[in-house]
Design a protein around this ligand. Sequence first.
Ligand SMILES: NC(=O)c1ccc[n+]([C@@H]2O[C@H](COP(=O)([O-])OP(=O)(O)OC[C@H]3O[C@@H](n4cnc5c(N)ncnc54)[C@H](OP(=O)(O)O)[C@@H]3O)[C@@H](O)[C@H]2O)c1
Length: 245
Amino acid sequence: MGALTVDELVGRDEWEAVNQEHGRPFVVYKFAATLDGRIAAEDGTSQWITSAESRAEVHLLRAGCHATVVGSGTQQTDNPNLAVRGNDDPRLDLSIVSNPERQPWRVVIDSDAATPADANVCNDAAPTLIVVADDSDASHLEGVVDVLRVKRADRGLDLDAALQGLYARDIKAIFLEGGPTLAGSFIAQGLVDRVVNYVAPALLGSGKSGLDGAGIHSMSEILRLELVDVSRSGPDVRLVARPVR
Ligand SMILES: NC(=O)c1ccc[n+]([C@@H]2O[C@H](COP(=O)([O-])OP(=O)(O)OC[C@H]3O[C@@H](n4cnc5c(N)ncnc54)[C@H](OP(=O)(O)O)[C@@H]3O)[C@@H](O)[C@H]2O)c1
């Protein structure tokens, strides 16, 4: 895993400052892209852009945060499990894998409670929180997973309220795994503290890119990142960066 530890990769020494200053969890945005910046093919499939080595490392990084978060688009397209699962890496604490109580939360940001009760994310591998709009019908999820109700915003849900709800559950850092629409809102609202980007030496030529609707329309608004680390991850490249604010 290159030279950095899991704690260094997820910026653990920066969590407290963000927690104290903003009263919200530290946000690590991770995405896997091709050289031309695509995170999915034109048909929406994205499994798998990066190598088995990179995907195994992602389980370590999930385990290094307190919650893994995706948008409802990713839930519907990929039906991900999001739990930390076993791999051969001796650095993964296997007691996390086998004990749902030690797993990070799995969180879906899902305005209309479109996540079905039999979605993979609702299985008993780890605790699950579905964040829904306060006017949505989430009755099918009651008793299956935890449900957090927040206000709607111009686009989807009020992310500040969602993050406060996570923070109230003692979640000090989240591992945001996309997709690009949700990540775009996080970036637009200045809510991303660290970016971990796995780049596969591959091309797709069409399909979604890492961010959609980040509120950046001109070069004068470009969000510059400071590079923290660049490393090989199997056949891929891993970049770690933080926004320059
Ligand atoms: N390569 C990778 O690293 C990677 C990772 C993840 C996903 N993917 C791919 O990305 C694609 C899915 O991405 P996506 O952009 O369609 O979906 P997404 O970002 O996962 O989810 C977007 C949805 O989240 C909900 N949402 C709730 N509050 C929001 C807010 N404040 N801002 C933005 N969205 C909010 C909205 O739907 P509602 O309001 O209806 O809930 C919105 O349409 C799939 O093809 C998947 O395979 C790739």
